[in-house]
Design a protein around this ligand. Structure first.
Ligand code: IVH
Length: 673
């Protein structure tokens, strides 16, 4: 038995060391943190149960990674320790109880709460208020001297502000990369064909460990302080929160979310609040750090080997987990787009069990180099659909299978096509395709379209599968008995549904046009179309040029609309809907307005109004605002720095107004309209 345990311990140590090396030395981990945490927890458990297996070189006996070569070493006068983790409310109760027991107190303890930033722990040494050294945590005892690198980070003061700081002050905190900076950096790297960073923390680590500090200077790094180390020649306040405030007054950044709470309940409430706020924060956090606020209590509580007794990190549910890609299926959307969906071995991530994740399109599969059978890392952050973010190539089995896009639609067997320049592959079946039909009907019934209350996705799918509806208009001919016989329906709910369908017949032209599901015709475009054409038959007859006269419609959308209107089946479908009783109030044609029939071009920088305000006010007066000057242009407004358009207007002898004249003309015309 013990032999097996010894083997497991060896295997765990070897695996953990490998992960440590990738994480700390290469800045390129290949497993999620949660996986690493579990290995460590298991190893600690085994070592506690079998003390004979303990060993000084076990990964449990050290805090972090080894110092990288290339930087000189810094010995930490006060060790930079780690934190114990809590993963549940019970763990937090245990922590609170241990603190109370140790202090022999039954009262509520005051805790300072801070987000646990996901970055790199560093130490900054200020001597007489001047930054003299920056160091990484390293293994907690010895770190790397990164003074040149930290000096490039704008939020780190090179000299403290104010007065009253100790002669020697070591400040500790986290250097991290905010999410938007990380995304921009990765986009740039991807654009240049360079390797991207796995997450903001790795990007921060990689940026800090640049031997050439001018590289660090180009990275969007931030610092946030959360503790002090060695302090000489001066006094600090007697609570953690007051110390942070003091650091702040000396020009150091502290976390704006920090708060003091009373007792366990206060901690749990704070945890919940931040968990809800997590996605909206500008930076990644992986939990909350709770610290006993009273420094005298902290001193009494002291440390156990690698972590203080007075603090704990209450971790959030992991947003990344490792699992196996078991299969890939292709889903067909409303416009026929085939989306590859990863079927995963179910895994608990981001607080839910995930068994499907999107693979987006063929380019994404290529980028990930994913194959069926691969071990993959799935990410689920907030309410975003789960994504496969990485493949663990080292774990690829010999029989991993390439992912092949089907050449025929998996639902209707029609041909699929991938047009040049498009990232997506589409089924060409149109409404012959059951999947597209289902998606179209769901869209038609949706709130912003025909708004049919109670016609949910499941019902639509069943109706199509059972052949109750083949075309949109069939919705308006459903029989009460047939609906009442459907799954989870009864006479009453069937009646309600039919009443809702009946009610939806009274609609508006913009809603109706949107409901038709024409490619790239969203709500705003549908509204512009309705206002422009007023009568749906005028829209049927519009050609490409006529369509491009509509506000905000360019050649691509015009092409989609023309294509739609050219299909006899679509026109028949619209007729059938109207025959079934779908109707809308006539749109009043706008009367003659001061600028009706006139085309105006805006160019250069306007200072009195924003571009959109100027455009809106012109349109309100009936003008068409065009993007380029032509013989059809009636007048041009030239703001600061106007160039080629102004030149062309002058050549064509078109009237040009400067901004002041334009403002006066607007005021005059608005008075008149
Ligand atoms: S206090 C003795 N506060 O978490 C206690 N640590 O697992 C020292 N971290 O190495 C740490 N945010 O990199 C503390 N508000 C915070 C933190 C924080 C992130 C990191 C830090 C530390 C690790 C411990």
């Amino acid at each position: 038995m013990d032999l097996f345990v010894a083997e497991e311990v060896d295997a765990l140590r070897a695996e953990i060391e490998e992960h440590n090396y990738r994480y700390y030395v290469l800045d390129d981990p290949n497993v999620p943190d949660a996986h690493y945490d579990r290995l460590m927890t298991r190893l600690r458990e085994l070592e506690a149960e079998h003390p004979e297996l303990q060993s000084p070189d076990s990964p449990t006996q050290r805090v972090g990674g080894k110092a990288a070569k290339g930087f000189s070493q810094v010995a930490h006068e006060v060790p930079m320790l780690s934190l114990d983790n809590a993963f549940s409310e019970e763990d937090m109760q245990g922590f609170n109880r241990r603190v109370q027991d140790w202090l022999n107190s039954s009262g509520e303890i005051e805790f300072a709460c801070e987000p646990k930033l996901d970055g790199i722990a560093v130490s900054l040494l200020y001597v007489d208020g001047v930054l003299v050294r920056g160091a990484t945590r390293g293994d907690g005892t010895t770190g790397e001297d990164i003074t040149a690198n930290v000096r490039t980070i704008p939020s780190i003061p090179l000299r403290l502000r104010g007065r009253g700081y100790p002669a020697e002050l070591e400040v500790r905190g986290e250097i991290y990369m905010p999410k938007d900076g990380f995304n921009a950096l990765n986009e740039k790297a991807a654009g240049a064909g360079e390797k991207t960073f796995v997450n903001p923390r790795n990007a921060a680590a990689g940026s800090l460990r640049q031997l050439d500090a001018s590289m660090t200077a180009q990275r969007p790094l931030q610092m946030c302080c959360y503790a002090v180390g060695a302090v000489k020649g001066g006094e600090l306040p007697s609570t953690h929160s007051d110390i942070l405030d003091r650091l702040h007054s000396w020009g150091l950044r502290i976390n704006a979310e920090s708060k003091v709470v009373q007792g366990l309940d206060g901690c749990l409430a704070y945890y919940q609040q931040l968990l809800e706020k997590r996605e909206d924060l500008a930076y990644d956090i992986d939990g909350i750090v709770f610290k006993v606020n009273d420094i005298a209590f902290q001193k009494r509580l002291g440390f156990v080997s690698r972590a203080p007794r007075w603090a704990i990190a209450h971790k959030f549910p992991a947003q990344e987990e490792m699992t196996v890609l078991q299969d890939v299926e292709f889903q067909v959307g409303r416009t026929g787009v085939l989306t590859p969906v990863a079927r995963l071995q179910p895994v608990f991530v981001g607080g839910v069990t995930v068994s499907n994740a999107t693979l987006h399109n063929a380019d994404e599969i290529e980028r990930l180099q994913a194959r069926v059978g691969d071990t993959v890392i799935v990410r689920r952050a907030g309410d975003v659909i789960p994504q496969v973010v990485r493949v663990v190539l080292e774990k690829r089995p010999a029989d991993a299978r390439e992912i092949v896009f089907p050449s025929a639609c998996p639902v209707c067997q029609s041909d699929v096509e991938r047009l040049p320049g498009e990232a997506v592959t589409r089924c060409t079946g149109g409404l012959v395709c059951g999947a597209q039909r289902k998606e179209l009907i769901k869209h038609f019934a949706s709130r912003k379209a025909m708004d049919i209350d109670g016609l949910g996705d499941k019902l639509v799918e069943q109706m199509v599968d059972e052949g109750m509806i083949a075309d949109l208009a069939d919705l308006f001919h459903l029989q009460l008995d047939a609906v009442a016989d459907m799954d989870r329906m009864g006479p009453k709910s069937a009646e309600n549904l039919l009443a809702a369908i009946e009610k939806s017949k009274q609609t508006t032209l913009p809603r109706f046009l949107f409901a038709l599901g024409i490619r790239e015709v969203g709500e705003a475009t549908a509204l512009s179309l309705a206002r422009h054409f007023i009568d749906i038959h005028a829209l049927f007859d519009a050609d490409d040029n006529a369509l491009q006269e509509v506000e905000d419609i360019g050649p691509i959308v015009a092409g989609h609309i023309c294509h739609f209107m050219q299909q006899a089946a679509n026109l028949a479908s619209i007729d059938a809907l109207i025959d079934a009783g779908v109707q809308w109030p006539a749109i009043e044609p706008a009367g003659e307005q001061p600028l009706s029939g006139q085309t105006v071009v805006l160019t250069g920088k306007l200072e009195l109004f924003s571009r959109s305000e100027a455009k809106q006010r012109l349109q309100n007066l009936g003008a068409k605002v065009a993007g380029s000057v032509s013989a059809n242009t009636d007048w041009v407004v030239a703001g600061l720095g106007a160039g080629s358009k102004l030149k062309k207007a002058t050549e064509l002898a078109i009237e040009v107004l400067d901004e002041q004249q334009f403002a006066e003309r607007l005021a005059q015309l608005e008075g008149q309209s």
